[in-house]
Structures are given as C-alpha cells and as structure tokens.
Design a protein around this ligand. Structure first.
Ligand SMILES: *[C@@H]1O[C@H](CO)[C@@H](O)[C@H](O)[C@H]1NC(C)=O
Ligand SMILES: *[C@@H]1O[C@H](CO)[C@@H](O)[C@H](O)[C@H]1NC(C)=O
Ligand SMILES: *[C@@H]1O[C@H](CO)[C@@H](O)[C@H](O)[C@H]1NC(C)=O
Length: 499
C-alpha cells in the first residue's frame, strides 16, 4: 500500500517518464557480485548447500553463504508461529551493510512440489507484514494481545510463499553505516541476489516455478525485480548454476504507470466507473478542464525533456487540480465506497494493531528480529522520502512488463474496483496501451465476467500470457476485502487455468 506521504506524492505526479537513467543500472543488475560472474569461463564453486529447510533449527540462525556472492549471506531459522500446519521460517538476507528481513511459509498442500511465490508490499517504504497479517498470509492479527489467528484463505494454500521487507530500513530490515536504497533499480539488485542465494541453498526448490508478486507501488517494483531475476539467469547458466524458473509476475492494484493513473482520477470520481460520482459537477468540470494542461505540461517538463523545477511545478498543478479534490472529501483513498477511518493508520486501524503486535518482545524474539531494529512502522517515511526525492515514481514500468511477456513470462494484473489511488481504470488503460507483440490480440479480447462459486467476482480479459482482472467491490488490498475471490484468482493462475 502507499504510505500517506506517497499518497501526497502520487497525487502530485502528473506524468509518466520514459525510463532512462536508472535502466542502465538494471542492465548491470548484479550489484556487488564477484567480478568473475562477468567472465565467460564457468567457475566451479566450492559450495555445500543446506539442502533442506528441515535442517534448520528454531533456536538460532543458520548462516548460509555462497562463494559467488562474497558480500552476501543469509541468516535463517525455523519460526514456529502463524501457521502450525506448515513449517515457517524467518531470517535476514545480509548484503554487506544491508539486511533484508523475510518470512517464508511452506505450502499447505505439497511443499515439495508446489510453486514458490515472492510477495512485497508497496509504499515505497511499506512493510510486507501488512500483506502477511492483513491480506494473504497464513494468519491474521486482529488483536495484538491475542496474537495471530489462522487464515484459511491464505495464498500458501497451494504455494510456498515469501514475504520480504524491502528495501532496507523497511519493517524489520535495517542497514549499517548509512547504507541506503532509494531507487527501484537498486532494490532489484538485492532482491535478485537474494533469490539466487535462496534457490542455491534450498536445492529442493531449484527449477521450481517462481512467481514474483506485489501490490500498489509493487506495480513499479515487480516488473523491475522480475526483469532483474530474468536477466540474471544468463549469468547463472554461464557459471553452471540452475536458472531461476521465473514463470509469472503478479501485480495487485499497481502503480505501474502514474501517467495513466492521473487521467483515471477523473473517471473514478466524476463518472460511474465504480460507484456513482463522488464529486460535485462544478469540481468535475474544473478537473476536466485541467486534465489536458496537466498532461501536456507534465509531458514537456518531466518526460520529453526533464527539467526538475518545471516538472515539480507541473506536479503541483496536477495535484491541486486533479487529486486534491478527492482528499478533501475525507473518503478512503484505498476504497472509494467508504470514509477514511483514521488517517494516521492508512485508513485501516488494524495496521496499528499489527504494529503493536510486532513490537511485542516475545514476538520479536520468536521471529529473530535483530536488536538493532527500532519501533515497528507500517511504512518508513525515510525510505518513502528518499524514493520521492529521486522521482522514482516518474519511471513507469510498462516496458518491463512488455519485455517479460515477450520472453514467455506470464503477467497477471488484478485490481479491486473500489480502489481510488491505483484504480482499475488507469490499470486497464495502460494494459491496453502497452506496446508489445500481443497488443492487437489483447485489445481484441472483450472483458468477460469471471465467477467464484457461481457468483460474479469481476471482469477479465486475457490472451498471450497477459491477464487483466477486476475484483468487484474490493478496495486497494484485495485479499483483505475479498479473501475467497483472491484465493480463487491466485489458485487458478498458479494452475494456469483461465479465470
Ligand atoms: C540436510 O537435509 C538433507 C535432505 O533432507 C539430508 O540428506 C542431510 O543429511 C541434512 N544435513 C544435515 C547436516 O543435517
Ligand atoms: C484483545 O484481547 C484481549 C484478551 O482477550 C481483550 O482483553 C481485549 O479487550 C482485546 N482488545 C480489543 C481491542 O478488542
Ligand atoms: C519451470 O516451471 C514450469 C511450470 O511448472 C515447468 O513446466 C518447467 O518444466 C520448469 N522449467 C524448468 C527448466 O525446470
């Protein structure tokens, strides 16, 4: 989900920029890997994998290293919590001075055969604990004293699932010596390294179908992360390692193209796109007049020729004309059908309960949270501020999605219809506008309804590996509002069935 700070920022972004600068970094994508990776001669590492997760203990961390990643290691332990029907693990990926916290839950069906799902929340700066304890995880926290409750409609029903607090300084992740990450491309280097270290050590997962999923700002993260993992495979193969079997990218209510999104705020608030118009006619008329100017100005100042001062001015104009009227309504920015209950807790008071739970000393001890981590925050304003300062959101990731599709990686874009901030109209718009070889076929597909237990769950359009799906009456956090439909969606996707 977006933190409040980003909501303000997203609001002021009137533009998409053709990704330029940071993409050069992505091509390297391998950060501090040993330089030998770049050589053509395969090296035979002296390396003993842990082999099985069952070898880990619950008392202390097992430290995993890999000779190809001299600056990386993994601390992992068994953590008996949240879902007693499966094995759960927590730990850190240590990348020099950067330490990324993760949870891993085995599948409730067949952990030795089922696919593996990576999940991240958005922000930028929000913890994946929100996804875990509020949305798709194997347990939920609704009372901090009582702790976790079993969640039947969890995504680990048929898959092994990771939740990662990324980038560093988010959730239980931390850094030393002032190491920071302030772009999606930098974050992708650490994630790509993590993924290969994990699969190398836990050889039982090697070659397993791997899905990278996320929500909200994950619309920017996931295409870049998945592209980094995909591109890294050439180096793995060159060095005699098993490539990561990247099968799909999954994005829920994503901010993949902020430009499409800004246009769609008019549709969401001034037309019956989801609910009856929520703004009055005079406001809508003013907004409609401002739209072309916002688009034109932002395109000139932020995309065609980046001029930071002028781009900022364009964003300020777009914010005051296009998004401010919605914030003034007091409605929930993640759910246009209801008021925002509490602005201090992302409109969902349960996020405070989750924070309180994660600050319990006994919980931290059980999870193995590093003592250097301070009070838990659902979203880090530090990380959010750093990403915003660099204009990370100005780089849409539509072309990354196209690049994945062209290489046979399937992509699922699902959107709760009540979300305002990353709404279905803007998401449908970029999926239709995307330039790729399946464009005509995709645009030629009608939206049809999909059902769960005989009831209509939403609409979908799907062909050539790309699926767009709406989830009726769900807000930004689809698995929170519609757990049954969200599980049906993910299970059909994993099984490669049509919705
Ligand atoms: C680790 O797990 C593998 C596979 O279950 C097993 O064969 C091996 O003996 C275990 N190693 C240790 C050190 O326990
Ligand atoms: C949480 O659970 C405890 C213990 O069952 C109870 O005393 C308390 O009232 C609950 N808190 C809330 C906010 O419901
Ligand atoms: C990757 O996963 C797919 C789907 O499970 C499977 O069909 C394929 O054989 C796997 N590829 C490799 C190289 O293991």
């Amino acid at each position: 989900m977006f933190s409040k700070a980003l909501v303000t920022f997203a609001a002021i972004v009137g533009v998409c920029a053709a990704a330029t600068g940071p993409d050069a970094q992505l091509a390297l994508g391998l950060g501090d890997l040993d330089a030998s990776w770049a050589t053509a001669t395969p090296i035979v590492p002296q390396f003993t994998p842990v082999g099985s997760l069952a070898n880990l203990t619950g008392d202390a961390f097992t430290v995993l290293r890999h000779p190809l990643f001299p600056y990386h290691s993994v601390r992992i332990k068994q953590s008996d919590f949240c879902d007693t029907t499966v094995k759960a693990y927590t730990g850190y990926i240590d990348i020099d001075a950067k330490h990324l916290f993760f949870y891993f839950f085995e599948s409730r069906s067949d952990p030795d055969k089922d696919d593996v799902i990576f999940w991240t929340n958005g922000g930028p700066g929000c913890s994946s604990s929100l996804g875990l304890f509020m949305e798709l995880g194997p347990c939920r926290v609704t009372n901090a004293t009582e702790g976790t409750k079993f969640h039947a409609e969890a995504w680990n029903s048929n898959a092994n699932v990771f939740f990662v607090d990324q980038p560093v300084d988010v959730g239980f992740s931390y850094s030393e010596h002032g190491a920071t990450v302030s772009t999606t491309e930098q974050a992708a280097e650490d994630i790509a390294a993590f993924v290969v270290i994990f699969f190398e050590h836990f050889s039982s997962f090697k070659g397993r179908s791997f899905h990278m999923s996320g929500e909200s700002y994950g619309g920017r993260y996931i295409p870049v992360f998945a592209a980094a993992v995909y591109d890294q495979n050439a180096l793995l193969v060159a060095n005699g390692l098993t490539p990561i079997n990247l099968t799909s990218a999954i994005i829920g209510n994503g901010m993949t193209d902020a430009f499409s999104m800004v246009q769609s705020y008019y549709d969401m608030t001034c037309t019956p796109a989801s609910v009856a118009p929520v703004l009055d006619i005079s406001t809508c008329v003013r907004m409609k007049k401002a739209l072309p100017r916002c688009k034109k100005w932002a395109k000139a100042a932020c995309i065609d020729q980046f001029d930071s001062m002028n781009c900022e001015a364009a964003q300020t104009f777009c914010a005051s004309e296009i998004t401010a009227p919605y914030f003034e309504t007091g409605l929930n920015y993640y759910d246009i059908s209801r008021p925002c209950e509490d602005r201090e807790s992302l409109c969902y008071p349960v996020t405070k309960t989750i924070s309180t739970y994660l600050d319990r000393p006994d919980v931290r001890a059980a999870l193995g949270v590093d003592p250097r981590v301070g009070a838990f925050a659902s979203c880090s304003s530090l990380v959010n501020g750093a990403f915003n300062a660099g204009g990370d959101i100005l780089h849409p990731t539509v072309d990354h999605v196209a690049g994945l599709l062209e290489r046979g990686v399937r992509v699922l874009i699902y959107v709760g219809t009540y979300d305002w901030i990353c709404n279905w109209v803007g998401n449908e718009r970029w999926t239709l506008a995307m330039d790729w070889s399946g464009k005509d076929a995709f645009n030629g597909e009608p939206l049809r309804t999909w059902t769960v237990d005989g009831a209509v769950a939403g609409k979908t359009r799907s062909t050539k590996g790309l699926t767009f799906a709406t989830v009726d009456a769900a807000g930004h956090m689809v698995p929170y509002d519609k757990p049954k439909e969200s599980l049906a969606l993910i299970n059909r996707w994993l099984a490669q069935e049509s919705l």
